[in-house]
Design a protein around this ligand. Structure first.
Ligand code: AMP
Ligand code: MG
Length: 407
C-alpha cells in the first residue's frame, strides 16, 4: 500500500497547468490570473477632494484664528464629474465636493463644517495645512507598477482593481472539464426504476458537486454496468474531457473492470491501493489522449464516503493545480478530542468529525458510524481527523484535522 503523501506526489507530478482563455471581468471571480497586470493609468488620475468643503491655498490661511479668520473670495465651484472653469488664484476659495478634481492653483481643502460663509466671503478660522483633504494623483496606483502577478486567485477586491484599470476582459487559466462516470450493475440513476438488489446513484452527484466546488466543470458521463467493453467505451467517449473520474469497480472483485478498461485505453497506471481508510482501492492513471496528450484518470472506490474522501485528498489538489492554483491543500488545524477517536486497523484513518469552537481552539467529535457507506456521517463532517493506524486518540488528546469547510 502506498502512503497518502507518496500517492499525492505521484499524482501532482503528472498534472499540468491548463492553457489560458479570455473571460469577461464579471465572470472571473475565483479564476486564476494568467497575465501580469501593470498599472496603465494613475489612480486617482488627478488630485481630488476627499471632503465636501472648499478648495483654497493653504498659504492664504497662515495666522488665521477664530478671532481673526482668513477671508477668501468665493469665486468658483467644482463638483465630482466636472472640472473648475478656471484656475484658483491667491485670496480665493472654490466650493468643492468629494471626488471633484482640485482646481489648478489650489493645494488644500477645508471641510464645510469648519467654515462660515457670508455674502460671497468664506471665513476660515484656522490655518489649513498644505494638502489637507486632498487625495494626490496616483496615491492608490501608479503607472508602471505591477499590481497583480500571474497565478493570483481573483477575489472581489482584485476584480474591483481590474475594473479601475479598465480591464473589461482578462486572461485566466482554463477550468478543467471533468468527466464523471459511475459504474456498477446495482446502480440506478435519478429517474430510473430500481429493480431488486439495486441502489440509487449518489456518487455522480456528490462528485459533480465536489468538482464544481474546486471551480472545475463537471461533465456527467452517466452510469454503466460492470462490463469491460461498456466501461471502456464510455471512458473513451469521455476523453474529450481534461480529466476522468470513475467510481466503483476498482477493487479485486470479479466484477471490477475499471482498471482493465483503463488498460485497454492504453493508460499507464501510476498507483493503486493507498494506505488510508476510508478509501484504499483508488487507482490513478494517465491515458494518452486529449489536447495535452495525456488525460489523468482517477478510479475512485464505490462506497460513497470513500469516493468523497479520496476525491478530496487526491483529485481536488490535481484539479486546482490544473486550474493554475498553487495553494492546493486544505488547511489543517489541531483540535482536542472531545471523546475517543478510535482508528482500529493498520491503515491511516481519516475520521469524519464535527468541530466545536472552545476557549483554546476546537474540540473534535466523531460524526457517527465511520463505515464508508454512511453518507450521513459525511453530511455532518466539518473535517477529517487524521489518526495513525491502530491508534486511539483519547479524550483530551490532540489530533490534526483537515478542514472541509469554514467553522
Ligand atoms: P465497489 O467499489 O464496486 O465494490 O462498490 C462499493 C460499494 O459502493 C457498493 O456497496 C456499491 O453498491 C456502492 N456504490 C458504487 N457505486 C455507487 C454509486 N454511484 N452511488 C452509490 N453507491 C455506490
Ligand atoms: Mg461494484
Amino acid at each position: 500500500m502506498i502512503p497518502v503523501e507518496e500517492a499525492t506526489e505521484r499524482i501532482l507530478s503528472r498534472v499540468i497547468v491548463l492553457g489560458s482563455e479570455r473571460v469577461e471581468l464579471a465572470r472571473a471571480l475565483r479564476r486564476v490570473l494568467a497575465e501580469e497586470i501593470v498599472v496603465s493609468r494613475d489612480i486617482p488620475p488627478w488630485p481630488n477632494s476627499s471632503m465636501d468643503g472648499y478648495a483654497l491655498r493653504s498659504a492664504d490661511t497662515g495666522g488665521a484664528s477664530s478671532g481673526t479668520p482668513a477671508r477668501l473670495a468665493l469665486a468658483g465651484r467644482v463638483a465630482a464629474g466636472s472640472v473648475a472653469a478656471r484656475p484658483l488664484t491667491a485670496g480665493e476659495a472654490f466650493r468643492i465636493f468629494t471626488g471633484a478634481p482640485l482646481p489648478e492653483g489650489a493645494d488644500s481643502v477645508i471641510p464645510q463644517e469648519d467654515v462660515t460663509e457670508e455674502a460671497g466671503i468664506l471665513f476660515v478660522p484656522r490655518p489649513v495645512r498644505l494638502g489637507d483633504f486632498v487625495r494626490p494623483r496616483g496615491e492608490d496606483l501608479r503607472v508602471g507598477e505591477t499590481v497583480l502577478q500571474r497565478g493570483r486567485v481573483l477575489g472581489a477586491a482584485e476584480l474591483g482593481l481590474l475594473a479601475t484599470l479598465g480591464h473589461a476582459q482578462l486572461s485566466v487559466v482554463k477550468r478543467p472539464r471533468v468527466g464523471i462516470l459511475s459504474t456498477g450493475d446495482e446502480i440506478v440513476d435519478l429517474g430510473g426504476v430500481m429493480g431488486p438488489g439495486q441502489i440509487p446513484n449518489s456518487n455522480t452527484y456528490s462528485l459533480m458537486a465536489q468538482v464544481a466546488e474546486t471551480g472545475a466543470i463537471p461533465v456527467n458521463l452517466g452510469v454503466v454496468r460492470d462490463h469491460l467493453e461498456e466501461i471502456e467505451a464510455r471512458l473513451r467517449w469521455g476523453l474529450s474531457c481534461d480529466v476522468l473520474i470513475s467510481s466503483a469497480g476498482v477493487s479485486v472483485g470479479e466484477h471490477d473492470f475499471v482498471k482493465a478498461a483503463l488498460g485497454r485505453l492504453g493508460a499507464e497506471q501510476h498507483l493503486w491501493l493507498v494506505d488510508m481508510r476510508p478509501g484504499k482501492p483508488i487507482a490513478f492513471a494517465t491515458i494518452p489522449a486529449g489536447l495535452t496528450g495525456s488525460v489523468p484518470a482517477f478510479a475512485l472506490p464505490g462506497n460513497p464516503v470513500s469516493a468523497m474522501v479520496t476525491f478530496d485528498l487526491f483529485v481536488r489538489p490535481a484539479l486546482l493545480r490544473m486550474a493554475g492554483h498553487t495553494r492546493l491543500h486544505r488547511p489543517m488545524i489541531t483540535a482536542r478530542a472531545l471523546a475517543a477517536l478510535p482508528n482500529p486497523g493498520r491503515r491511516r484513518g481519516y475520521l469524519r468529525v464535527t468541530l466545536v469552537p472552545d476557549a483554546d481552539g476546537y474540540g473534535a467529535r466523531l460524526t457517527g458510524d465511520q463505515s464508508s457507506g454512511i453518507l450521513r456521517s459525511m453530511v455532518d463532517a466539518d473535517g477529517l481527523a487524521v489518526v495513525p493506524g491502530d491508534t486511539t486518540i483519547e479524550p483530551g488528546g490532540r489530533v490534526n484535522v483537515i478542514l472541509l469547510r469554514a467553522v
